[in-house]
Design a protein around this ligand. Structure first.
Ligand code: C2O
Ligand code: CU
Ligand code: CU
Length: 510
């Protein structure tokens, strides 16, 4: 279990060692989810120290600001159908804490979260990427059907101080809610946890829900030490994926949103956390699910009282204000995902307040019964089988944990599968480990056909396009997909610390 530690992080880590032992400090501060981690087992871990800096208490960041809209990336092109802009990844110092303590983050265009790119289906996108980080990086267009050599694969790293142009033309019928983030070999988890991730919306020329006011809600957690620095990974982060104590919404801590006066909004929700699952609850309000990762569903799914989002997953929901108004907390309830180690049980966390005081849900009309046509992909021509497993060992007094795909650790030089272009495949994702792992593949969207637990098969509930599918411990999930462009594509667990620790493979489309 090798931590990817750069010179900068190692210096930050060593510099923070002088303080009280972690557990005592966390308890003294009245602590919260994820802070009371048992630090036993830390001693002797390769690349980690037996002491760690104290985490910042939750009172260090102010709450209650009004929810910010996302910063949009400006299109500098004059040509119709062309979106042209620059994204520069660089260190920047931000004032998250209310006492003025600065936090050094890494950001795209000095913006947290990274700017929103908004384009139409069929548009050509040209992004000049400037890498002013002290590490190699790439930009991966998560979920979008872009050519393999434009998709920010680890093989196409842009060196520190370098730049490159990403250029792709989006097909029709790919309207949806996507995002972008770094994908360099060995540095993805670190770069995302330092702040590098941005949003991407592809709009349809004919959107059946276009008249409903739209809201963007991006969740990203950040783990901060009391000195304001981004905390290093501890044993629990390495095993379970990193969960920051501050779960931010549009980079704000527990903001307040003032709901549209007409009583109905369309929310696009991104789980941009490295590892934290979300089980969203907004008591009194009713969610109608209208879209998933790859855009609108065939038909709305009404009456949902909670939304489960694995890391990297997105949904679109229609939210109707409750009849009696008021201010309601949007919370995330604990998700049982087989985390290992000893720590206090997860608790519900308040994410933001939604103010329905002026929202009058009057005269709301029924949503269209059909949002979009989604056909079954048709007869299956080939099969793939992906087995996720974990192996733990003790070697020379050090814990070592491996996260594997078909018994192997990721190797950039190894092609794990070959797929034929435009051929329908059934992918079977088997989780033989104790933890949940959210499966993701590049280059295409898939349909979840069914899942199986202890021989009992459950059909996918509705037809949808996704690029994320959570696979619970002991579960088998079957997905249908087609790759329609040649080249190398990655597939992996989207708990980024697991991906970093080897739970990734590659398929070559020929
Ligand atoms: Cu967001 Cu390889 O993925
Ligand atoms: Cu991706
Ligand atoms: Cu995983």
């Amino acid at each position: 279990m090798q931590l990817q530690t750069t010179k900068t992080t190692r210096r930050a880590f060593v510099g923070a060692l002088s303080v009280l032992p972690w557990v005592g400090t966390a308890l003294a501060q009245g602590s919260m989810t994820g802070m009371m981690n048992n630090m036993g087992g830390m001693a002797g871990m390769g690349g980690m120290s037996s002491a760690a800096a104290a985490l910042a208490g939750l009172d260090r960041i102010g709450t209650g600001a009004s929810l910010a809209s996302l910063v949009k990336l400006t299109n500098t092109s004059q040509e119709a159908g062309v979106f042209r802009a620059t994204l520069r990844a660089a260190p920047v110092s931000v004032g998250l804490m209310k006492d003025g303590t600065k936090t050094d983050v890494w950001a795209y265009n000095a913006t947290l979260p990274g700017p929103l790119i908004e384009v139409m289906e069929g548009d050509t996108v040209e992004i000049e990427f400037i890498n002013d980080l002290p590490q190699p990086s790439t930009i991966h267009w998560h979920g979008l059907p872009v050519p393999s050599d434009q998709d920010g694969n680890p093989h196409d790293a842009v060196v520190a101080g370098g730049r490159r142009l990403y250029r792709f033309t989006l097909p029709l019928d790919c309207a949806g809610t996507y995002w972008y983030h770094p994908h360099p070999h060995g540095f993805t988890a670190e770069q995302v946890s330092r702040g590098l991730a941005g949003l991407f919306i592809v709009r349809a020329k004919n959107d059946p829900l276009a008249s409903i006011p739209e809201r963007h809600v991006v969740f990203s957690d950040i783990k901060l030490n009391s000195d304001g620095r981004i905390a290093d990974n501890d044993m629990n982060d390495v095993m379970n994926g990193r969960e920051g104590q501050f779960v931010l919404v549009n980079a704000q801590f527990q903001p307040v949103m003032s709901f549209d006066a007409r009583g109905r909004e369309r929310w696009r929700i991104w789980n941009a956390n490295s590892a934290r699952y979300l089980r969203l609850n907004l008591p009194g309000a009713v969610f109608t699910l209208v879209g998933t990762d790859g855009g609108l569903l065939q038909s709305p799914v009404t009456g949902m009282t909670e939304l489960l989002l694995a890391p990297a997953e997105r949904v679109e929901v229609i939210v109707d204000a409750p009849a009696n108004g008021g201010i309601v907390s949007l919370v995330t309830e604990p998700v049982e995902r087989g985390k290992m180690g000893a720590f206090a049980p997860d608790q519900a966390i308040t994410l933001m307040k939604v103010d329905f005081t002026n929202a009058r849900p009057k005269g709301l009309v029924a949503l269209p019964a059909r949002l979009r046509r989604i056909d079954d992909l048709g007869p299956v021509k080939a099969q793939k089988r992906v087995v996720f497993s974990e192996s733990m060992s003790m070697a020379g007094g050090m814990h070592s944990m491996k996260f594997l795909v078909n018994g192997k650790s990721f190797d950039m030089k190894r092609v794990d599968f070959v797929s034929n272009i435009n051929e329908v495949e059934m992918w079977e994702i088997v989780n033989k480990s104790d933890m949940d792992h959210p499966f993701h593949i590049h280059g295409t969207q898939f349909q979840v056909i069914e899942s199986e637990v202890d021989g009992k098969v459950t059909k996918g509930p509705y037809r949808a396009w996704r690029d994320m599918a959570n696979v619970k411990s002991g579960e088998i999930v079957r997905l249908k997909m087609v790759q329609s462009q040649k080249g190398l594509r990655m597939f992996h667990c989207h708990i980024l610390e697991h991906e970093n620790a080897g739970m990734m493979g590659q398929v070559k489309v020929v």
